[in-house]
Design a protein around this ligand. Structure first.
Ligand code: NAD
Length: 395
């Protein structure tokens, strides 16, 4: 009998029946399902509740993961649920944590996330930066030892909603996965970089990307039968480029948890020496300056703990060209968009525009998930005694 009063067998058969009853969805790649965002969020929150998080934290994790799916960044969405539950079980991430202030002045703080969930720790760090920048005009927050903080753009959006420009450099302690320009051995993590610019009442400009050709989660999605990654996304130990998930995961069987430490190859830094240089600076700022540690050399074995570091700069536009800034930025964005399309059906998009469009579409039509991703989430739910929701879930 599990905590929800169901026998293991009844939960199992409920999940299996649900999967067997799932119809093929017409507009999606073979094997994909669509699930309404609210129902998906409630189900994921139930999983984290059963895994030991209190209700507010479970809700934050679920909302954050689903919001990544809504923006089209499935790599940072609910595909992560099995991995999050796994590292919670290992004690590598902890439920119910808060920030510790290590050092502080009116315009800066170094904060420690105590290996709490990124979805709990990151908003606390961002809100501290917002409060300081509102007082002083500019603030810098160094965050270390945070659980996976997910889509960095979510934190730039949070600052933009408060009227602040923000710039974020992130790294992953112990998470080396990316070869530097000119090398084949892993030295960086996928080190994301993000800039958010509020243009209220218009939506913010939002640049947010991994400094690898693709984020690791995109290879994870591809390994589950999702969209494949570019031919030059990874590199084998002999220097050959690869798009095969086995380059970083090693042999792949079914829905088992993917281990990016198991492959012999590496992801590649984007943009040649320039992207590789930006990834390097993410390590220096988010890893060395915060003392959270760099991506490598990564510890191996059971004691290994992976954590995000992030150095964030918050700027109140009022301290600069307060009268003209937003309009100048709006005018310039319109000018950039007016560049003639390179392809007859193409158009120039602004940073943040693709995510906004995808969010609008997925809020309406539901979140598409690869069947294998959904099966892995159901397996995690079953292991915690959480019954599968009635399926298919309507948007
Ligand atoms: P990506 O390659 O999809 O690039 C996204 C950025 O490019 C966005 O700013 C988007 O608005 C812009 N963009 C996309 N298409 C565009 C177009 N046609 N024209 C103009 N701009 C366009 O993103 P990614 O590198 O795969 O990263 C995905 C997510 O992974 C990000 O949210 C990142 O923060 C996250 N990430 C997190 C970690 C972590 O450790 N927490 C690590 C790596 C990546």
């Amino acid at each position: 009998m599990n905590p929800l009063g169901k026998t293991k067998e009844s939960v199992l058969s409920q999940a299996e029946n649900a999967l067997a009853a799932a119809p093929a969805m017409p507009d999606l790649p073979e094997g994909a399902l669509t699930i309404g965002a609210d129902a998906l969020t409630a189900f994921i929150a139930a999983i984290f509740r059963a895994a030991g998080c209190d209700a507010p934290e479970a809700g934050r994790i679920a909302a954050s993961l689903v919001s990544a799916n809504l923006t089209g960044h499935d790599s940072h969405g609910v595909v992560r649920v099995p991995r999050y539950v796994h590292v919670l079980g290992l004690g590598q991430v902890r439920a119910g944590q808060t920030l510790t202030i290590v050092s502080e002045t009116p315009a800066h703080a170094l904060v420690d996330g105590n290996f709490g969930f990124g979805q709990t720790i990151a908003p606390l760090a961002v809100d501290l930066g917002i409060a300081k920048a509102k007082n002083t005009g500019i603030a810098v927050i160094g965050l270390r030892n945070a659980g996976h903080v997910g889509r960095i753009g979510e934190w730039a959006e949070r600052a933009a909603e408060a009227g602040l420009i923000s710039i974020h450099f992130a790294n992953v302690f112990n998470g080396e996965l990316v070869a530097p320009f000119g090398g084949v051995d892993r030295r960086f993590s996928t080190n994301p970089f993000s800039v958010g610019v509020p243009l209220t009442p218009d939506p913010p400009l939002l640049l947010d990307f991994a400094t690898s050709v693709v984020a690791e989660g995109k290879v994870l999605v591809a390994s589950n039968g999702g969209k494949s990654v570019p031919d030059d996304a990874m590199i084998e130990p002999d220097g050959r480029f690869s798009s095969d998930p086995r380059t970083i995961y090693g042999p792949i069987e079914g829905t088992h948890e993917r281990n990016p430490g198991a492959g012999l190859g590496a992801l590649r830094a984007f943009g040649g020496h320039k992207g590789s240089g930006l990834a390097f600076m993410c390590e220096i700022l988010a890893g060395c300056l915060t003392a959270g540690g760099t991506s490598g050399p990564a510890l191996r074995g059971p004691g290994r703990r992976i954590a995000n570091g992030m150095l964030s700069i918050y700027i109140a536009p009022g301290g600069f060209a307060s009268e003209t800034f937003a309009q100048a930025a709006r005018d310039y964005a319109a000018y950039v968009k007016a560049s003639r399309p390179a392809l007859p059906v193409g158009e120039v998009l602004l940073p943040g525009e693709p995510e906004r469009r995808t969010r609008a579409e997925r809020l309406k039509n539901g979140v598409p998930l690869q069947a294998r991703t959904w099966e892995a989430i159901l397996a995690t739910a079953r292991s915690l005694g959480v019954p599968a929701p009635p399926f298919p879930l309507s948007p």
